[in-house]
Write a protein that binds this ligand. Structure first.
Ligand code: ZN
Ligand code: ZN
Length: 344
């Protein structure tokens, strides 16, 4: 089968790889119909996340089950399914508490040996461990390009809002309007945010956020702090979502959030960073971070997508063939598309 493999920083290629086989009774094999290219794939592409050369990448996927182990009960051969970007065992201390993102045996698709040596989904076929937890049937009438958001990007946007404690009538700010930030805007509106300030410096992204019901604020051409102050009687927003993962953004979030408000960091942090802890303390802010509990949210996210309450369709701005992966990664790296979907 053909698969997109990482080779070296800035180089991916399409290679012939052995077809996956069932290794465990809880495994399934999925024939991939569509797989997304994600911001986390760019970390690999740039060499910031180390993956062995020749490893298949990708972790957002929709396809059809072609084989299932004896212990798989919730999906069957022939079912059209979408999957979550990571796996969980369902039995460990964290899984028993529903904290699937911290499963002691979690593996992430397409991230090499550091995250469990699970081959990626930008391929014709993929092995899916713990299929009952990781896979869901695609609701009738939902397109592949929409469904694949449930197992990653929309799930992460949902988690950002859910974990922030946002309540109906609150005012929120979403900083960074990549696909996750834009999904967070939609979820915040759906969750009853009275107003959502969407902050970025790319006009096209601000326009999408506005179409989702947010108030767009240009990071450099507008005075973000003055705008938010004016709209909140000087207090600041109740909830701030950092969908970037940069200490400068977190510093801004600390200033833009009202006293006793909450900041949710879904953007990825990996290094030490300095923030104004004194200001955080004085304002009694709650700051949380971490990877999204996508497995824990996927059924709710699918229900909202199926009902049309959440709709990531405007985020899919380019379709390409698996063979064009090198061009797709180049284009995505140059920010020429919000979300590229590859089809075998
Ligand atoms: Zn992703
Ligand atoms: Zn577990």
């Amino acid at each position: 089968m053909r698969a997109v493999t990482y080779q070296a920083p800035g180089v991916v290629s399409v290679e012939e790889r052995p077809e996956p086989e069932l290794l465990d009774a809880e495994d399934a094999i999925v024939r991939i119909e569509a797989s997304g290219v994600c911001g986390s794939d760019l970390h690999i592409y740039h060499g910031r996340v180390q993956v062995e050369p020749g490893f298949t990448i990708g972790h957002e996927y929709v396809g059809t089950v072609t084989a299932a182990g004896d212990a798989v009960t919730t999906v069957a051969v022939g079912d059209r399914v979408l999957g979550c970007f990571q796996t969980a065992c369902g039995r460990c201390w964290f899984c028993r508490r529903g904290l699937y993102q911290r499963c002691e045996h979690s593996r992430t698709f397409g991230h090499g040996a550091t995250l469990g040596s699970l081959q990626g989904t930008q391929a014709e076929l993929a092995l899916v461990p713990h299929a009952d937890l990781v896979l869901r049937r695609v609701p009738d009438g939902m397109s592949a390009e929409v469904a694949l958001f449930a197992g990653d990007v929309m799930g992460t946007g949902f988690h950002a809002v859910d974990a922030s404690g946002l309540r109906p009538g609150d005012t929120a700010a979403v900083m960074g309007l990549g696909p996750v930030g834009l999904c967070a805007v939609q979820v915040a509106r759906a969750a009853g945010a009275a107003r959502v300030y969407a902050i970025d410096s790319v006009p096209e992204r601000l326009a999408v956020a506005e179409s989702f019901g947010a108030q767009p604020v240009h990071l450099s051409e507008q005075d973000v702090r003055a705008t938010i102050r004016a709209g909140t009687e000087g207090r600041g927003v109740d909830v701030c979502i950092d969908a970037v993962g940069d200490p400068r953004v977190l510093a801004d979030a600390i200033r833009l959030t009202r006293a006793c408000g909450s900041i949710q960091c879904v953007g990825v942090y990996a290094e030490r960073a300095e923030v104004h802890l004194g200001l955080m303390w004085l304002k009694a802010l709650s700051v949380r971070g971490g990877q999204a509990n996508v497995i824990g949210h996927v059924d709710r996210v699918l229900a909202m997508m199926s009902a049309g309450v959440l709709d990531p369709t405007p985020l899919v701005t380019r379709h390409m063939k698996l063979e064009e992966a090198a061009d797709a990664y180049g284009a995505f790296d140059r920010r020429e598309a919000l979300k590229i979907v590859l089809t075998p």
